[in-house]
Ligand binder design. Structure first.
Ligand SMILES: [Zn+2]
Length: 271
């Protein structure tokens, strides 16, 4: 599943191809995505120039002269930059055709992705308005994490993955951040010390930044968003390394299940 770093990598990959270009049309082949794509979008956006791209949580924002496109990759979506005449393949659901002769083509086998257009402030769109802070927001800081952990008995790893408290910290990144902060994933959130909370706040940002940097240098124009962290995998300390020696202390990495998701940690490095 595309996580925050893959969406940001996608944004960086498409940015130089779309900014300053005019939209010729939206060619919609399948409107039944997670929510039905409005057939009127094409008329609304044709002729508009792309001002900039942005991202909020896992939504890619394409800002036009008169409004903003909100695109979500869902569980299996990917966006590619292609010459417009490239033949379509199975699960290609729409083309955003640009005046450069290039298209942004959306492919999504499971159809959990989505496309919306708004002429209002996108941050006030119902899909975005109530999202929790994300790791790169100034609002996500040690003070905030300290506050939300104080009365919660839930395991710290599950708190990190609770999107009503912080958005964009997926399963891989939660395990990796906890390793870097040297905190065991099953610890009750409220037992973390101030120092651990501060370390964890930094670790969450660092691990996402690293994933974005690595993804951004390896994926380039063909932006594959199947959730495979690609080269980032070589930099993982614990994720999917059960039984393998810890890169710090050489003891075997352990795997447990929390909330139906696999968690990986080092029983010796993490307290
Ligand atoms: Zn270790």
């Amino acid at each position: 599943m595309p996580e925050l770093p893959e969406v940001e990598t996608t944004r960086r990959g498409v940015d130089k191809h779309v900014v300053g270009r005019r939209i010729v049309a939206l060619a919609l082949y399948e409107s039944r995505l997670r929510w039905r794509v409005a057939e009127t979008i094409s008329q609304q956006i044709a002729g508009q120039q792309v001002r900039r791209t942005g991202r909020r949580a896992k939504y890619l924002l394409i800002e036009l002269d008169g409004g903003t496109l909100l695109l979500h990759l869902g569980m299996s979506g990917s966006l590619r930059v292609l010459p417009a005449e490239t033949p379509r393949v199975l699960h290609d659901h729409f083309d955003l055709l640009l005046d450069s002769g290039v298209t942004l083509r959306f492919n999504d086998p499971r159809r959990f992705g989505s496309l919306h257009y708004t002429t209002q402030n996108p941050n006030e769109h119902p899909l975005l308005a109530r999202l929790a802070p994300e790791p790169f927001d100034a609002a996500f800081n040690a003070e905030y994490l300290w506050g939300v952990t104080r009365r919660r008995r839930v395991a710290i790893k599950q708190l990190l993955m609770n999107s009503t408290l912080v958005v964009g910290v997926g399963n891989i990144y939660a395990s990796e951040a906890l390793f870097r902060a040297r905190v065991k994933p099953r610890r009750q959130a409220r037992t973390l010390t101030r120092k651990e909370v501060a370390k964890l706040t930094r670790a969450v940002r660092d691990v996402l930044n690293l994933a974005i940097r690595v993804g951004g240098t390896t994926l380039r124009d063909y932006v594959d968003a199947d959730g495979n962290p690609g080269y980032f995998r070589q930099k993982l300390y614990v994720y999917e390394r059960a039984g393998k020696p810890c890169r710090v202390c050489a003891k075997p990495i352990r795997q447990i299940t929390q909330g139906q998701r696999s968690t990986y940690y080092c029983p010796s490095c993490q307290k």
